[in-house]
Write a protein that binds this ligand. Structure first.
Ligand code: MG
Length: 393
């Protein structure tokens, strides 16, 4: 029987690629559910194209708008967080692919894990914010979690060369973003357009800014820690501007296994759907002879404070990761709406963390509260900063 898939966040960059991947896989894979936020027209188009049986939208107004666009199609429309949760609970869904932005889908993702479904996770937040909850829920209910984030997919693939106790360390690669060679003083004057112009990956605006600040890599350290149950002290970051080696695993005997491919999310999306099988798909082939050389360098921890903050946050644990994530989201939003400078994104995150009293052994409610607190705190800091320049206490 065909594998039946729900794509959470189908109108985003991951979701759109996922639909192409699934259609190319043919009749063994079928889309049952879709969810979108504001792009109702695109969602309606996707529903028609995939013959989806159910969609979830964020409000009843959008549901009405959607219904008018697909009058001729028999598709159930669900609304809000509860709608997402209802969708993943359906018996006709085997795989939940989460490409939502932020913590929007946290509850739905946890529900899918509780239902023992395969979870293909493309967004970092469920693992960064609620890694301990998600992994323990998945273990208890036999849910398989497959990373779609390209680095974590690479690590997952490389891990298959040995067993867990033979892993010495994980080496996460990162392109270094558009400001890899910028002087710290230049970073002060980075514009929104400059930060949005990523040299390699074509992604949504939030993750593109995160790549420029290296926050993306910082979040990926936390993500890897939970996914692979490894101490963050054994996770290293390596700058690799070409983005061909997607990450590496070093084993105890000194052997290093890397996964390589052209930078294209189609491959990690497909692998998460077809695992443990590999099948031919739409990804373009890598030609190393044509590339000629690949380069690597250590990360500049002074220029990119996000990385050292990540190790600090992981050591703190509890609600600290939720605060780290939420403060960054709020700060990126402020940068994208021209309220703060580029360098203030990480400054704000650091200040927010300093003011947070972390709760250990945090439950979902604690994490949501920490998230709300961090956003409010950052908002207040920005309001104050319009009067005085933000300074570290
Ligand atoms: Mg990544």
């Amino acid at each position: 029987m065909a594998k039946r898939i729900a794509i959470l966040g189908s109108t985003g960059s991951i979701g759109r690629t996922a639909i192409k991947v699934i259609q190319a896989l043919g009749q063994d894979y079928t889309v049952i559910g879709l969810s979108g936020h504001r792009q109702v027209k695109l969602l309606a188009e996707q529903a028609r194209q995939t013959h989806a049986k159910v969609v979830a939208v964020t409000s009843s107004d959008l549901a009405e708008e959607f219904r008018q666009l697909v009058e001729d199609q028999d598709v159930e429309v669900l609304v809000g967080h509860q709608g997402l949760v209802e969708m993943v609970q359906r018996e006709d869904i085997d795989i939940v692919l989460s490409g939502l932005v932020g913590i929007a889908g946290l509850q739905a993702v946890l529900t899918a894990a509780r239902m023992g479904k395969r979870l293909a996770i493309a967004n970092k937040e469920p693992l960064v914010v609620a890694g301990h909850l998600l992994m323990s829920t998945a273990r208890a209910h036999g849910s398989t979690i497959l990373p779609v984030d390209s680095e974590h997919s690479a690590i997952f693939q490389a891990m298959q060369a040995g067993c867990r106790k033979e892993v010495a360390k994980i080496i996460l690669t990162g392109s270094g973003g558009p400001f890899r060679n910028a002087k710290p003083s230049d970073l002060e004057h980075v514009t929104i357009q400059q930060a949005l112009a990523h040299p390699i990956w074509n992604m949504g605006p939030k993750i593109t800014i995160d790549s420029a600040t290296m926050m993306n890599k910082a979040l990926e350290i936390i993500e890897a820690q939970w996914l692979f149950d490894i101490d963050a002290a054994r996770i290293e970051v390596l700058i690799h501007p070409e983005s061909i080696v997607h990450s590496l695993v070093e084993f105890v005997d000194g052997s290093v296994i890397a996964q390589m491919a052209l930078p294209d999310m189609a491959l990690p999306i497909q692998y998460a759907l077809t695992y443990p099988q590999r099948v031919a798909g739409i990804s373009k082939r890598l030609d190393l002879a044509r590339l000629g050389s690949l380069t690597f360098e250590g990360p500049d921890l002074n220029r990119f404070k996000a990385l050292s903050l990540a190790y600090h946050v992981v050591r703190t644990g509890g609600t600290a990761c939720a605060v780290f994530n939420a403060a960054n989201e709020a700060a990126v939003e402020a940068f994208l709406s021209d309220k703060i400078r580029f360098t203030q994104i990480i400054e704000l995150v650091a200040v927010c963390l300093e003011h947070h009293n972390p709760i250990s052994d945090a439950q979902l409610g604690d994490l949501m509260e920490a998230d709300t607190w961090a956003r409010r705190f950052v908002g207040q800091m920005i309001a104050k900063a319009s009067e005085v320049r933000i300074t570290r206490p």
